[in-house]
Design a protein around this ligand. Structure first.
Ligand code: AMP
Length: 218
């Protein structure tokens, strides 16, 4: 896969965000995470954040108009010129159709869509145990990846950690349902365009990263 205009797909908790961050550093392309954009808006208390919060807390999807608007703006920004990884967008089919049109209008072609596949049974445990450093965003997990020194971030020494409001077990069930009902139908959409590659995400993070790198090339 030559160029680096990608969509990373997969269920919530499957590791898209972690892998997208690594690819961003490795290839000098930008991670465009709609979830991160919405969380930033919620934190800043903007009108968008106020509107999105209840929807996110319920594990449901924010409206297509809002999401397409956000992504259109980010894809056009200077830092996305060298390439981008869409993480968490598109979600339902109309977003994929809007993205097809948006890219066509801008003369941009996608190089690939990679599905990081993880079975449902693993996702709840993966999601409900995760937390991040409030200062640098490094990700941890109660069971799989505790900081080396309890309460201190390995990367930056920060001592404050945060858990996502929507990572509670009840909300995770709704998020998984939204994924299966509304987002999984995109897989055939991209398969028909010859863009889809599947990677087994149910392995050590580093192994998944090297698989991604071998799909993407240098
Ligand atoms: P994520 O960080 O990708 O798991 O997204 C967190 C939450 O933000 C989702 O459960 C949705 O409520 C909302 N969200 C993120 N991206 C989208 C999108 N493309 N379309 C609709 N809602 C989204």
């Amino acid at each position: 896969m030559g160029g680096k205009r990608l969509i990373l797909m997969g269920p919530p908790g499957g590791g898209k965000g972690t892998q997208a961050k690594r690819l961003q550093d490795r290839y000098g392309i930008v991670q465009l995470s709609t979830g991160d954009m919405l969380r930033a808006a919620v934190k800043a208390g903007t009108p968008l954040g106020k509107q999105a919060k209840a929807v996110m807390d319920a594990g449901k999807l924010v409206s297509d108009d809002i999401m397409v608007g956000l992504i259109a703006e980010r894809i056009a920004a200077p830092d996305a010129v060298r390439g981008f990884i869409l993480d968490g967008f598109p979600r339902p089919v109309p977003q994929a159709q809007a993205l097809d049109k948006l890219l066509k209008d801008k003369g941009i072609t996608l190089d690939g869509v990679i599905e990081v596949a993880v079975p449902d049974a693993k996702l709840i445990e993966r999601i409900t145990g995760r937390f991040t450093c409030a200062k640098c965003g490094e990700g941890y997990h109660d069971k799989f990846k505790q900081p080396k020194k309890a309460g201190v971030c390995d990367m930056c020494g920060g001592t404050e950690f945060i858990r996502r409001a929507d990572d509670k077990a009840e909300t995770v069930v709704a998020r998984l349902k939204a994924y299966h009902d509304q987002t999984a139908p995109l897989l055939p959409h991209y398969k028909a365009q010859g863009l889809l590659r599947e990677i087994d995400g149910d392995r050590e993070m580093d192994v998944v990263t090297s698989d991604l790198e071998s799909v993407l090339g240098t």
